[in-house]
Design a protein around this ligand. Structure first.
Ligand SMILES: *Cc1c(COP(=O)(O)O)cnc(C)c1O
Length: 218
């Protein structure tokens, strides 16, 4: 049952790529598995899904333990408290929700040396929402510049969680990435789009859609 949902979702992503005249396979699916069981993750893994995103460290660690026989690529996408950075740096391949230099430095210093550099996205507060996390747009360049100097993390791109009626959030983020690359960065990742809006995000250049509900609930 779940593999049918996964196949359907992948085919919707391929259609959206094509409609946007993007290369087939240019958009990666991150399965957001917060609040979902290890068994469900295992089923999806056997159906072909290898990348999973988690928001809560303790919950993620329990599932990683239960699934340690599988070479899953784990992404941390939740709020980061500074006392949790060590375990995050040790157990994840990606951290998409970095919005402070102090957190980036801790992840860098705590990344085990036998592992490849930790992949990082800067979470951008693209809507200028007061209550939400993420870096304000005018501060992104300075933060990106400092993160790039750290050796054990690799800045891969930008991540956004836009508000409901986000109008041009996707396009603004795309233009921000382009501007950064014009100024010398080599960002290849735009993590944007969720269950309700991933097709629109793909139209505006998303390279990674983070999908929970549409994948786990039929
Ligand atoms: C939960 C979550 C998602 C997935 O949202 P759905 O609407 O269930 O697809 C994506 N990104 C983040 C950061 C989340 O917390």
């Amino acid at each position: 049952m779940q593999s049918k949902t996964l196949d359907q979702l992948n085919s919707n992503i391929r259609c959206a790529e094509q409609a946007a005249m993007r290369d087939a396979g240019s958009v990666t699916l991150l399965a957001v598995s917060k609040n979902r069981s290890a068994e469900k993750i295992r089923d999806l893994y056997h159906a072909g899904q290898t990348r999973f995103g988690e928001n809560y460290l303790q919950e993620a660690l329990e599932k990683m333990h239960a699934l340690k026989d599988l070479p899953i690529e784990w992404h941390f996408i939740g709020n980061i408290q500074s006392n949790k950075t060590k375990l995050i740096a040790e157990h994840f391949s990606w951290v998409q929700s970095v919005s402070r230099l102090s957190i980036a430095k801790r992840l860098n210093n705590q990344r085990p040396l036998h592992l490849p550099p930790l992949n990082i996205c800067i979470e951008v507060n693209i809507d200028h929402e007061k209550t939400k996390s993420g870096v304000p747009v005018p501060e992104v360049f300075a933060l990106a510049t400092k993160i790039t100097k750290l050796n054990h993390i690799t800045l891969r791109g930008l991540m956004i969680i836009p508000e409901k009626n986000h109008a041009d959030a996707f396009q603004k983020t795309f233009l921000l990435q382009q501007e950064l690359n014009t100024r010398g960065f080599k960002l290849d990742t735009l993590s944007m789009g969720m269950s309700s809006d991933f097709e629109e995000a793909i139209r505006y250049g998303s390279t990674m859609v983070r999908i929970g509900t549409a994948l786990f609930e039929e």
